[in-house]
Write a protein that binds this ligand. Structure first.
Ligand SMILES: C[S@@+](CC[C@H](N)C(=O)[O-])C[C@H]1O[C@@H](n2cnc3c(N)ncnc32)[C@H](O)[C@@H]1O
Length: 257
């Protein structure tokens, strides 16, 4: 049952991609099931998606407005015990508007890095941002786009440097691909290393808690850094439930509470 949940590519994802790409079904299915952890798959996806003329953000599921209540209060709370901008990473941003929307609407100062393994997605985002000149809510906020393989987060960030890491659909894509499950585990472990002790990783996902929580607990158990894992339901989209998994490094302070 667990195995089935992990390997299945949801029908809604296939439908979304079929609409977006007009790929032959067999080629599409193979690309998706086997290669959602590969840069080439996503470069192809964003090239075809971006070739339709005017740039439009593509949301794998749910846009900023549906998830903002899980993000902005966390930032607000963090800002109380913080001086200077909060460091945020949108990991596997694709061409989602999540990062730019946080930059635009967060009252507390934020330094948002939108990172993706697809150079095509990163270039599209950078170009769009340059052409729209979005202004931040807080004048000390900053926004950047980076091509990055998030399985090597430690190559880009020093330990204990990030306040918030966001993952909307990225782990979902990896755990469902042929060779991506190991990479997904690597990413969680690296996130725990680059998060500050007060930091948090939020995974937005369509995976049921009975599968994701077991997987997260197992991945986290293998690290020297213990973590607390929680889940909240985000809502339903086309009859599918989505969840927000919160993974926070377990500090001695948190343990004693
Ligand atoms: C399902 S899409 C989600 C995109 C976006 N977060 C959204 O909500 O629309 C998964 C994204 O993860 C990116 N990705 C896959 N493997 C990655 C890796 N190792 N490092 C960084 N990004 C990766 C893909 O390029 C793709 O943009």
């Amino acid at each position: 049952m667990l195995l089935f949940t992990r390997l299945a590519v949801p029908l809604r994802t296939l439908q979304k991609l079929t609409k977006a790409h007009r790929w032959h079904h067999t080629s599409l299915t193979n690309e998706l099931i086997e290669n959602m952890d590969k840069k080439a798959t996503w470069d192809r996806f964003y090239t075809e998606n971006g070739s339709k003329g005017q740039f439009k953000n593509f949301e794998w599921f749910f846009g900023f407005h549906s998830v903002k209540d899980f993000i902005l209060p966390v930032l607000q709370t963090m800002s109380h015990s913080h001086s200077g901008p909060l460091n945020i990473l949108d990991m596997g941003c694709g061409t989602s508007a999540l990062g730019p929307c946080i930059y635009r609407t967060s009252p507390c100062a934020v330094k948002v890095i939108c990172a993706d393994i697809s150079s095509v997605a990163v270039k599209l985002m950078q170009k769009h941002s340059n052409s729209t000149l979005v202004q931040p809510c807080n004048p000390s906020s900053a926004l950047a786009f980076l091509e990055m393989d998030c399985t090597h987060l430690r190559g880009y960030f020093v330990a204990r440097s990030l306040d918030l890491i966001l993952d909307k659909g990225t782990t979902d894509a990896l755990v469902r691909s042929k060779e991506g499950q190991v990479k997904a585990g690597q990413i969680v472990k690296q996130c725990l290393q680059v998060l500050k002790p007060s930091g948090t990783l939020l995974q937005f996902s369509d995976e049921d808690p009975d599968a994701r929580l077991v997987w997260l607990e197992r991945e986290v158990r293998g690290t020297e850094l213990a973590a607390d894992v929680g889940v909240q339901e985000v809502g339903e989209l086309r009859g599918v439930s989505y969840f927000c998994y919160q993974i926070s490094p377990r500090t001695s302070e948190r343990v004693s509470k």
